[in-house]
Design a binder for this molecule. Structure first.
Ligand SMILES: Cc1ncc(COP(=O)(O)O)c(C=O)c1O
Ligand SMILES: Nc1c(O)cccc1C(=O)C[C@H](N)C(=O)O
Length: 422
């Protein structure tokens, strides 16, 4: 394999035209779409239109005339197409963190009614911290114990005491991809509800919420859905629970008839009851552009084709690192079936500085610190977004990494000062 081979892979890539749907800066190899997705070409114009026309000219009438009021459901229906949900089953609202609170509370309420003796919530120690912080505060409020496993193998032994199993389908550090259908089936067999965080899977790997018969799911809008910084998140509830679930942040937008302005709360039908306050129209409009851009891939084979390319990219990355940079350890699963859309590396020292040196060279990945107890290493993390990442980007990124290491470039003092955001 050499650079020409990578160029040839791009030339033969049927998904290559999709890259033109993004406004990417020249000279940058962007491998951080798993933290903040790139800017779709349609977004700036659409946001300007919403601001100047719908808001500026239409003013308050735009809630009706521009259908602002149904945006959470309209964009939810589009997201449903990439997560294996039905129409009317997904709604856009709030942030992932708030939505973790809402769905976990819903699941706990159902579990409390069906199996009050079960007092444990299971999650993983390596789950993204916000999921753990929210789960632990909710467990404290409701008298549950949050038990964190260090490996998926430990889950089974805890299920008989558990009310809810809450996992992130693709781990943010390693990219490990849980087999959602099998894990959910096991949880159900043992009487446990399964809640899934799709932050690193929605738009990156084919997700089949209905096929897996999951119970609740949430996900984020600003990673592989390319909705922009702080884009609103989404929620899904299995239709099986739709008549019975409640949510703890019962605001007026989740009321069956918000403009009756009645003092008593009556939940809206279905997933819409997860709305709390007024939807962020400008932000959801930007998210819609991101989701539409992803849906453009349906004409090229959709998520299955994107997945195939994503695996091709991360496989190439792993192969070239193994042969050219043996000092790095590959922290992501080498088994294609268990790897999300990223490649994570570790090395004895200097992970942060190496990432900074790469960024100075225009290769944007990120650094994720290992736990304080040293039980897992610091990570150099490279996300691939098959909508816009090219094979040659992978080749060139590794080339830069070789240069950063060979010349000890990363040891320069300027790469060692940590920014507030890493
Ligand atoms: C798995 C996971 N959950 C939640 C979040 C973040 O939640 P929020 O969008 O509320 O900051 C992230 C990343 O930021 C994440 O990776
Ligand atoms: N949400 C972020 C932010 O506001 C600033 C920087 C990064 C983020 C992220 O999304 C982090 C991301 N969830 C991760 O997997 O690391």
């Amino acid at each position: 394999m050499n650079r020409d081979d990578a160029v040839a892979l791009d030339r033969d890539d049927p998904l290559a035209p999709l890259r033109d749907l993004f406004d990417l800066p020249d000279g940058t190899i962007y491998l951080d779409g798993n933290s903040l997705g790139a800017l779709p070409r349609t977004t700036a114009g659409r946001v300007a239109e919403v601001v100047t026309q719908e808001w500026g000219r239409g003013l308050i009438e735009s809630w009706n005339t521009a259908s602002w009021i149904t945006l959470p459901q309209r964009v939810g229906d589009k997201i449903a197409r990439v997560v294996g949900a039905g129409q009317g089953e997904v709604v856009v609202a709030d942030s992932t963190s708030l939505n973790v609170y809402k769905v976990l509370a819903s699941a706990l309420s159902i579990a409390a009614a069906d199996a009050p003796e079960r007092r444990v919530v299971i999650s993983e120690r390596s789950n993204f911290p916000t999921d753990l912080y929210i789960a632990s505060s909710l467990c404290r409020e409701r008298g549950y114990e949050l038990v964190l496993v260090d490996s998926p193998d430990e889950i089974e032994g805890l299920l008989d005491r558990a009310a809810v199993l809450m996992l992130t389908e693709v781990n943010y550090r390693t990219g490990y991809l849980h087999p959602m259908a099998a894990v959910t089936a096991l949880a159900h067999e043992r009487g446990v509800l399964a809640v899934w965080d799709l932050c690193h899977s929605a738009g990156a790997v084919p997700v089949d919420l209905r096929g897996a018969d999951a119970d609740f799911a949430i996900g984020c809008g600003y990673k592989f859905l390319n909705g922009g910084p702080g884009a609103p998140a989404f929620l899904w509830v299995n239709p099986r629970h739709v008549d019975r679930f409640s949510q703890p942040l019962s605001g007026w937008m989740g009321h069956a008839a918000p403009f009756e302005m009645s003092p008593g709360y009556r939940p809206a039908e279905g997933v819409s009851r997860y709305l709390s306050g007024t939807p962020g129209v400008i932000a959801i409009s930007a998210l819609e552009c991101g989701v539409d851009t992803l849906l453009a891939a349906e004409a090229y084979g959709g998520l299955e084709a994107l997945r195939e390319k994503s695996l091709g990219l991360t496989r190439l990355f792993a192969d070239v690192v193994s042969s050219r940079l043996p000092a790095f350890r590959i922290e992501s699963p080498l088994d294609d079936a268990r790897r999300g859309s990223q490649l994570s590396l570790s090395i004895g020292e200097g992970a942060y500085a190496i990432v900074q040196a790469l960024i100075e060279r225009g290769v944007v990945g990120d650094f994720r610190a290992g736990p304080e107890d040293g039980s897992a290493p610091d990570i150099l993390r490279f996300g691939v977004t098959p909508l816009y990442t090219r094979y040659v980007d992978i080749w060139d990124a590794v080339d830069h990494l070789v240069a950063v290491m060979d010349d000890d470039e990363w040891r320069a003092e300027r790469f060692w000062t940590r920014g507030a955001v890493t």
